[in-house]
Design a binder for this molecule. Sequence first.
Ligand code: DX5
Ligand code: ZN
Length: 243
Amino acid sequence: MQQELRIAASVLAADFSCLGEEVRAVSDAGADWLHVDVMDGHFVPNLTIGAGVVAALRPHTTHTFDVHLMVSPVDPYVEPFAEAGADSITVHVEAGAHLHRTLQRIKSAGKRAGVALNPATPAHAVEPVLGDVDLVLVMSVNPGFGGQRFIPSQLGKIEALRALIDASGRAIDLSVDGGIDEHTAGLATRAGADVLVAGSASFAGGRAEYPGNIARLRAAGEAGRTASHGTRTGPRAIGAATS
Ligand code: DX5
Ligand code: ZN
């Protein structure tokens, strides 16, 4: 079933010299969640932050910490991020051979469990674990960097996952991550996403702009949901919208 729309500000695009202030500012600006990208320089070609940084940021907001682990192997990092203050922990289908075991580990740590799909991974890869997850995250760029362009082919995957989630009858969040801005937000929600992860678009222009940035993303996302009412055959104008 589809949930209310949430905007998850990805701190990857924040000013790293003052992350605590940035997290406070974007929380006050109306973001619903803080999305935290953890990269290991192995599963993805970039290094970002560890559990210690999440622990340091935890006192700066009461908002949900939506931790996205782009890490392999991932199992040794579940408990450290849980203890650091993550509310949900999302792992990649492609990161290891024992996804079900990893999800059980996240649940055992008392956290919401998420599964992420790279652009080349099909929707049906999550079907066997749908009963074990609270969130499915569709990567709409290749993971590793912020500021990339939205990959239009992922809209069909969002539609397929929306149908799988609805058929499951479970309250699973459907999140889309990468290249989300005022133009692509509505396409993603029209296809069925109910969480929009946005880095560059949330943190653009300095702190005075954050409230407007979040409000525009939310308005665009809500407009896409309205457009999807009744039918979900929508995202056909994507070529024009993303060119
Ligand atoms: C990419 C990360 C994203 C990233 C999105 O690997 O998973 O969360 O921060 O950045 P933008 O919104 O700039 O595409
Ligand atoms: Zn992410």
